[in-house]
Design a protein around this ligand. Structure first.
Ligand code: ATP
Ligand code: MG
Length: 310
């Protein structure tokens, strides 16, 4: 469905280069949800924008159903849908919901059935004649989802689609995405830093840190036995539903300024397991197919004492 091969985006800034996406390879298969997680600034949105052709790659390639984005031209709207964190990014504030939803239909030259689509995403058809600011956050995101799936695209990219919604609405939106997937076999590429959401929705998860994928695997395996110390720290810093009563331990330190490249493993300055070689050599993704981690001292099969003792 989607194949990202050695994708690279380097921003040239006056203060130095930012390797926002650094030779990332990932694939999303038909009917699957692949999540991309990582802290703020690690390159998630830049990768999403590249998939949509809104951001030029400086290296590598991204293929949709085996073909380059460019070969689709304007027909790409039939294959890819997009849901942003801010529904105002998909719905024009000056247009009625109906007009925003019908825009992709118009581009594709097909006749719309906006009312049916609104019912599909759990909205009353009367919403069609309203403006985005007249809707609640949850209704607005439903309308934006309606727009994204209007042409039944095979792949929908979601960038933090529930981040701006409160917990109860968040669950409804996730269930809506799951229903859409069951009905249309849609693949989702789901970007989020909310791990509980990812655990609920994703089959497969890739963990990104400073532009690179440090670990990937089936969601339940990565969550139950993280192999990379960054993944472990990310999981420990995430509040579970029970823990929401009190604040969790924050991840130690901060993401370094991407303009000052870190030598060796990019995570080593913040890693409590780092050893000498971690600052000198760059670890590559290794492991079995569908379960990989880029760490010289992966956690899987190691206890903390053994690591500390060696
Ligand atoms: N147009 C740009 N010019 C220069 N640097 C940029 C540009 N866009 C993004 N960056 C830098 O690229 C890095 C990745 O940014 P990106 O928005 O992809 O992160 P993110 O993972 O989506 O973060 P968040 O979780 O906060 O949305 C950051 O260091 C950011 O400052
Ligand atoms: Mg982002």
């Amino acid at each position: 469905m989607l194949s990202i091969n050695q994708a690279e985006v380097v921003f040239k800034t006056s203060l130095g280069d930012v390797r926002a996406v650094d030779k990332v390879s990932l694939s999303v298969e038909s009917g699957m949800t692949v999540a991309l997680v990582g802290e703020s600034g690690c390159g998630k949105t830049t990768l999403a924008r590249s998939i949509l052709g809104l951001q030029e790659l400086t290296g590598g390639e991204i293929l949709v159903k085996g073909k380059s984005m460019k070969s689709y031209g304007s027909k790409i709207v039939n294959e890819l849908g997009m849901i942003w964190q801010d529904p105002f990014a998909s719905l024009n504030p000056r247009w009625t919901v109906k007009k925003s939803i019908e825009e992709p239909f118009r581009l594709a030259g097909v006749s719309p059935s906006t009312e049916e689509l609104l019912l599909h995403v759990g909205l009353d058809p009367s919403v069609a004649d309203r403006y985005p600011h007249e809707l609640s956050g949850g209704q607005r995101q439903r309308a934006a989802i309606g727009r994204a799936i209007a042409l039944k695209p095979s792949l929908v990219i979601c960038d933090e689609p529930t981040a701006a919604l409160d917990l109860s609405i968040r669950a409804q939106i996730l269930n809506l995405l799951k229903d859409i997937q069951a009905e249309f076999q849609t693949s989702f590429f789901y970007i989020s830093h909310d791990l509980s959401t990812v655990q609920y929705i994703a089959d497969y998860v890739a963990v990104m840190y400073l532009g690179i994928i440090v670990e990937e695997g089936k969601t339940e395996e990565v969550f139950s036995s993280p192999s990379h110390p960054y993944t472990k720290a990310l999981l420990e810093s995430a509040p579970t539903l029970e823990q929401l009563q009190h604040l969790p331990d924050p991840l130690p330190g901060e993401v370094p300024d991407p303009r000052n490249p870190v030598t060796g493993c990019k995570f080593h300055p913040r890693c409590k397991f780092a050893q000498e070689m971690c600052s000198m050599e760059v670890p590559v993704l290794k492991g079995e197919a569908y379960r990989q981690s880029a760490c010289f001292f992966p956690l899987k099969g190691f206890t903390d004492e053994r690591r500390a003792g060696n």
